[in-house]
Design a protein around this ligand. Structure first.
Ligand SMILES: Cc1ncc(COP(=O)(O)O)c(C=O)c1O
Length: 333
């Protein structure tokens, strides 16, 4: 058997060793999520699809893996003053839950326009909510103020080795469940999941291809790959509310080197994929969680040079925190 590729010396913020450590660290707390298959969807695309259902992760999204790894990596002296983050929601809820499990405070800066169900999750897990304006600058300024006032440790949502390592455990687990996977499709925002998954996959089997799925209205990762440098957008506009942030200096080099391509899809494609998840897989995903399936079904992926080689495709359904108020109301006549 080929020796495991460790990325040691590549200068990345994480590697297979830190990902395996994360797996052991979060094991007592995180859920081993199921892998769903569907003959119907397989026959539509002529491939074997494996859906890694991270919407069933604690807190309703994969984000718990990274948050839990980060919180339980802190020594007691660091942890005692708590943790702080700014997040569009899923990381905030995940960090609140991880902090609760460790018995420390979590301060979460949430943009005013975050979906209600994501806010409710933060509060359910005991996170202390501080509102900011929905701009990155306001989120960062507010989080910095909380750090100064409380002494809490900042735990970013993606651009952090501990987070990347935690998210990489999705891939370790998935490849333990389905060893024949040759292609992985994951959503991308700050790139924590794509980075962790790519590091883990390449360490286990260098031939596995990793694609990241991104909304057209927030296509910074696509532009970054195209331009060969981190490229940010002045504004984002997408139904995938979890995918509005940008790559950072830790995630970018990994995405640049190990992610094959960024598949861009529009909101219509995302909603259509979300519908298929509900109707065929019977899985409640949020738009950001369904984008991997949208990418797989898209023309841009079908036109990709690697498409004909994908036979066993792992797709991460990354989260299920969606406000379905309008849908429920539609049942009341
Ligand atoms: C449901 C969901 N999927 C995917 C992502 C993207 O993750 P990352 O920031 O690690 O790229 C997020 C980020 O918040 C998310 O909430």
């Amino acid at each position: 058997m080929e020796p495991e590729y460790t990325n040691a010396g590549d200068g990345y913020a994480a590697d297979i060793v830190s990902i395996r450590e994360a797996q052991a660290r979060i094991k007592p707390f995180a859920r081993k999520t199921p892998v769903f298959t569907s003959d119907t969807l397989d026959s539509v695309v002529g491939r074997k699809l494996y859906f890694k259902c991270e919407c069933f992760q604690k807190g309703g999204a994969f984000k718990f893996r990274g948050a839990c790894n980060a919180v339980f990596s802190l020594d007691d002296a660091q942890a005692t003053k708590g943790v702080v983050t700014h997040s569009s929601g899923n990381h905030a809820a995940a960090l609140s839950l991880a902090a609760k499990l460790r018995g420390i405070p979590a301060y979460v800066v949430v943009p005013r326009n975050a979906p209600k169900c994501k806010l409710a999750n933060v509060k359910r897990y005991g996170g202390q909510v501080i509102f900011s304006e929905p701009t990155m600058q306001s989120r960062e300024d507010t989080a910095n103020k909380v750090m100064r006032d409380t002494g809490a440790v900042l735990i970013p949502s993606s651009n952090d080795g501990r987070i990347i390592s935690g998210q990489g455990t999705i891939c370790l687990e998935l490849l333990e469940q389905v060893s024949q996977i040759d292609t992985l499709i994951v959503p991308i925002c700050g790139g924590g999941m794509a980075s962790g998954v790519a590091l883990a996959a390449k360490a286990i089997n260098r031939a596995i291809r990793i694609f990241a799925a991104e909304p057209l209205g927030a296509n910074d990762a696509f532009l970054s790959k195209k331009n060969g440098r981190i490229t940010k957008l002045s504004e984002v506009d997408t139904v995938a509310d979890g995918l509005g942030a940008f790559l950072g200096d830790h995630t970018w080099p990994i995405v640049r080197d190990l992610v094959e391509d960024i598949i861009v899809v529009d909101d219509k494609e995302i909603i259509q994929a979300m519908k298929l998840c509900y109707e065929i897989l019977k899985v409640a995903v949020e738009p950001s969680g369904a984008i991997g399936l949208a990418a797989l079904l898209s023309d841009s992926f079908k036109n990709n040079a690697a498409y004909s080689d994908c036979k066993h495709v792992g797709i991460v359904l990354s989260g299920g925190n969606v406000d379905l108020g309008v849908l429920w109301n539609s049942f009341h006549k």
